[in-house]
Design a protein. Structure first.
Length: 227
């Protein structure tokens, strides 16, 4: 399956730093307001299609859980190539209300994901039965390896470190609960598998910004959205 990325420039000022679930909710609410014919290919039983990936929006963080948008900020989604034009048309110039922060999606463009032997994801999550700091990394890496195997991808996966040299454990808030995961690097990818991983993602909560992989040359993506 071939995937395309749809990118929108933004008009707006601020967003919550942890906005993955709120962004998903705003997008879903907008789509459900459309006529049924327009919804047909974009919603499955009133939910977003499972083959859609949504990226968190980058910005400049402050210390109060807010990010400030800048001219380089983008709303980005990846989808099967045959659906990209519809996302492009329907979302163009629309306003999303993300927990009271308004952003307008402007100047859309279509791009091809670029193959890279090394990909990173800021946050990957899995539904682990239990979570404790001692056993979680082992179970998490095993889940990553199983996820790659399901995609028929042979590569090396590791948990990133943060600026303090500790494991890059991160969280996303969903329904008031923190869902934990890690920053991940996948190395040794051939071009076909690199594009597949970018198009399919890894782990769960991929509608909320999790499991989104990007080439290491996309400088600043990880740090710019951290509060």
């Amino acid at each position: 399956m071939n995937f395309l990325e749809v990118q929108f420039s933004l008009r707006g000022q601020t967003l919550p730093a942890d906005h993955g679930y709120a962004l998903y909710s705003a997008l879903k609410k907008f789509l459900q307001s459309l006529e049924q014919e327009q919804q047909a290919k974009l919603l499955i039983e009133r939910n977003l299609p499972p083959d859609l990936l949504i990226c968190s929006i980058a910005g400049i963080p402050n210390q109060n859980g807010i990010i400030y948008l800048n001219k380089n900020g983008r709303f980005r989604l990846r989808c099967p190539a045959e659906n990209a034009a519809q996302w492009y048309r329907i979302l163009q110039n629309q306003v999303l209300d993300i927990r009271g922060h308004l952003i307008r999606l402007i100047q859309p463009r279509l791009t091809l994901p670029q193959a890279s032997a090394t990909l990173k994801a800021r946050l990957v999550t899995f539904r682990l039965d239990t979570w404790n700091s001692q056993d979680a990394p082992l179970h998490f890496l095993q889940s990553c390896q199983k996820g790659l195997a399901k995609l028929d991808i042979n590569a090396q996966v590791s948990i990133d470190s943060n600026d303090e040299g500790n494991l890059a454990q991160r969280a996303i808030k969903i329904h008031g609960k923190n869902v934990l995961g890690y920053g991940v690097t996948v190395e040794g990818l051939n071009p076909e598998n690199s594009l597949k991983l970018q198009g399919m993602g890894l782990g769960g909560r991929k509608h909320f910004g999790c499991g989104w992989f990007y080439p290491v040359q996309e400088v600043g993506h990880e740090n710019s959205i951290r509060a």
